[in-house]
Design a protein around this ligand. Structure first.
Ligand code: FES
Length: 110
């Protein structure tokens, strides 16, 4: 896998229903496995900058543990108040038994 992708974990290190936090150049990301599909989002709630990695998965959503807003892992869209701004999502690839993240290119927010 070529730049700008960065290997962040072995695929089997993130089982379905789990996520990990990774840091690339001082920026934290959350990489989740939902039924074998991997997602990457910034590890920062858009409400009060709280780490989303302190929260939990709810299907294909990540729930912030501070005030309970959920965000779509696919689009970054907020699904509950109080958050009303999306979070960034990032391109991922699975290759050579590893998960690769492109930190240079937040996906378009849907
Ligand atoms: S900091 Fe996440 S919902 Fe308030």
């Amino acid at each position: 896998m070529d730049q700008p992708f960065v290997a962040v974990a072995a695929t089997d290190a993130i089982p379905p229903g789990k996520f990990i936090k990774v840091v690339i150049e001082d920026r934290p990301y959350l990489v989740a496995n939902v039924d074998g599909h991997f997602y990457a989002v910034e590890d920062r709630c858009s409400h009060e900058d709280y780490p989303l990695s302190y929260g939990c998965l709810d299907g294909d959503r990540i729930k912030c543990s501070l005030h309970g807003s959920r965000f779509s892992l696919a689009t970054g869209a907020p699904l509950d108040e109080p958050a009303d701004e999306p979070i960034r999502t990032y391109r991922l690839a699975v290759d050579e038994g590893r998960v690769w993240l492109d930190p240079s290119s937040p996906a378009e927010i849907g």
